[in-house]
Design a protein around this ligand. Structure first.
Ligand SMILES: [Fe+2]
Length: 249
């Protein structure tokens, strides 16, 4: 135990990705990975001063409705259509310590599986009261929380009939732009999770389960919204899978 502690990397050390746990960059059943994965050896680039030192996010920067996707795009007195849910959890480091002041940005499709984006081609209807974006900052205990509607699954042009499971995209900023991590959260009980080529590129079932938010009846608001709990581990051997850090973190 003592020996292991001595070998633990210091903060900031690079931890190569465990390929038994996290997916390879090239997973041909996930078609986009063929063009996105590196064809040559990686180069290491040092961060510039501005990447390391800024920006610093404060709660005062957030608007009152930034963490409320049900209302932050809706007309006054109206609300987004869909299953009302709370998504909450903690951001943790490799030792399980909470990480405060992390800016979380989320984006998602509406309840019918449609994104508000000019390149969106899915025929499901737009909800005039749903924008699909929100943000919040972790508190001193590393906790975050936002209110939204459960996104619908949507088809995507990968194989002949591939559907994305319901999911929410997460971006996490540390104290600088170079510290951005991006992942996706899924919902407990969704049968599409296990059919999704993106999910299936992850070799270890436990790494997939780490991306699935659990239904949390303790924190529901009765007669209003169900809760889902999703913790995010920033780094270490059991890091959450981040799609923009394929080499490790
Ligand atoms: Fe998506």
């Amino acid at each position: 135990m003592t020996g292991n502690t001595k070998q633990m990397p210091k903060d900031g050390a690079f931890l190569p990705r465990d390929r038994n746990w996290q997916p390879p960059a090239l997973a041909p059943a996930y078609k986009s990975s063929i063009l996105r994965s590196p064809q040559q050896a990686l180069l290491s680039l040092d961060n510039t001063l501005s990447e390391i030192t800024g920006p610093v996010f404060g709660h005062s920067l957030l608007g009152r409705l930034d963490g409320d996707l049900i209302h932050n795009f809706a007309r006054a007195g109206e609300a987004a259509i869909g299953e009302r849910i709370i998504v909450h959890g903690k951001v943790l480091d490799e030792a399980g310590r909470p990480v405060p002041s992390v800016l979380l940005e989320v984006w998602q499709a509406n309840a019918g599986g449609r994104y508000r984006h000019r390149n969106e081609r899915y025929q499901a209807s737009l909800d005039p009261n749903f924008g699909g974006c929100g943000r919040c900052i972790t508190d001193e205990a590393g906790r975050y929380r936002f209110l939204t509607v459960k996104p619908g699954p949507y088809p995507w042009p990968n194989g002949p009939n591939d559907w994305r499971p319901s999911h929410i995209h997460f971006s996490l900023f540390g104290t600088g732009f170079a510290q951005r991590l991006i992942t996706q959260m899924y919902f407990e009980g969704d049968p599409l999770i296990w059919r999704c080529p993106i999910v299936r590129s992850i070799p270890d079932r436990r790494a997939i389960e780490q991306l699935i938010a659990l239904l949390d009846m303790e924190n529901t608001i009765p007669m209003d919204a169900r809760a889902y709990e999703f913790d995010i581990v920033l780094r270490g051997r059991r890091s959450t899978m981040f799609e923009n850090r394929l080499e490790g973190n």
